[in-house]
Ligand binder design. Structure first.
Ligand code: ZN
Length: 300
């Protein structure tokens, strides 16, 4: 089950400038955090109405804070009939039962549709936060009316939400797969244990190259190997890093001797299919690909 696979519910991100109503969902965003409560292990998000009431109170609850108007809430997307809004132009504080939860928390909580909504909401909110001034002329940007876009009233430059396409590559040699571990320096600020767990070769697609060319380049850069039979697998929007992950299986073309790129990786090794570590149920494409290989379900 990948993070975005919320069937039978459906994610709708077409932009419609709705005005919020009190029973719409509110995604309260901090810096890499989201406001949520928990009920019996399930994530609970506040409503717009709860946020209006809470922000209208001052610290002692007296009721003379500045409550946001419903029109201050920016429409983000819907899941089925549920609409999600954020306050993109003002600070959000924790209130009531809702506390700041980490992005890591969203990877392990249920239901998937709400944790996915929260993660994508934070992703969009961060884009709004970073897209306030024109990179061409420095003027303040304004929201477009009809699409999810910021534009410059002075020079006309337009800014759309940014995603970075990346590849994840499972390299096979017969019944073996190439597993890697990131170098500790690769995640200097990360609190999650990416450096301790196995991963696959991965990297960002560069300007001017196809995903397949990126597969060849990344494998050569990270482990010094040539590959062939590059075959597309699943793909995954990954809100935590604003990436679109494209999964590929491929086969080694040449000898198995690895030349490790040490700034990037601390470990790269060939592991037999029947010796592979079992990945617990996870929502990431890397885990999905490792499990597919372990179970012999990879494409040939
Ligand atoms: Zn400009």
């Amino acid at each position: 089950m990948l993070f975005h696979e919320i069937d039978p519910e459906k994610f709708h991100n077409e932009y419609i400038p709705y005005t919020a109503e009190k029973n719409d969902m509110f995604i309260g965003c901090g810096k890499n955090e989201v406001l949520a409560a928990e009920n019996e292990g399930m994530i609970v998000l506040p409503t717009v109405g709860e946020a209006v009431e809470a922000f209208g109170k001052d610290a002692d609850g007296a009721g003379n804070g500045t409550a946001p108007k419903l029109s201050d809430f920016r429409y983000l997307f819907s899941i089925d009939e549920r609409r999600f809004f954020a306050l993109t132009d003002r600070e959000t504080a924790a209130f009531g039962a809702y506390t700041w939860k980490s992005m890591r928390y969203l990877r392990i909580t249920k239901p998937l549709s709400l944790s996915f909504a929260a993660a994508v909401g934070v992703q969009l909110h961060q884009w709004y936060q970073r897209t306030r001034f024109c990179g061409a002329c420095g003027a303040g940007l304004v929201h477009a009316d009809r699409e999810r876009m910021m534009h410059c009233p002075v020079c006309g430059e337009m800014y759309y939400p940014t995603i970075s396409p990346s590849v994840i590559v499972a390299v096979r040699s017969g019944e073996k797969i190439l597993l890697t571990k990131y170098a500790p320096t690769h995640f200097p600020q990360s609190t999650h244990n990416a450096k301790a767990t196995y991963a696959l070769v991965a990297g960002y697609i560069e300007i001017g190259e196809t995903p397949e060319q990126c597969v060849e380049r990344e494998v050569m850069e990270e482990v010094g190997l040539r590959v062939k039979n590059i075959t597309a697998w699943k793909n995954q929007p990954w809100p935590f890093s604003s990436t679109l992950l494209l999964g590929y299986f491929c086969d080694l073309d040449g000898p198995e001797r690895i030349t490790l790129q040490e700034e990037e990786l601390s470990v790269a090794e060939w592991v037999e299919r029947d010796q592979m570590p079992v990945r617990s149920a996870d929502i990431s494409l890397t885990s999905n690909m490792m499990e597919a290989f372990r179970k012999g379900e990879d494409p040939r």
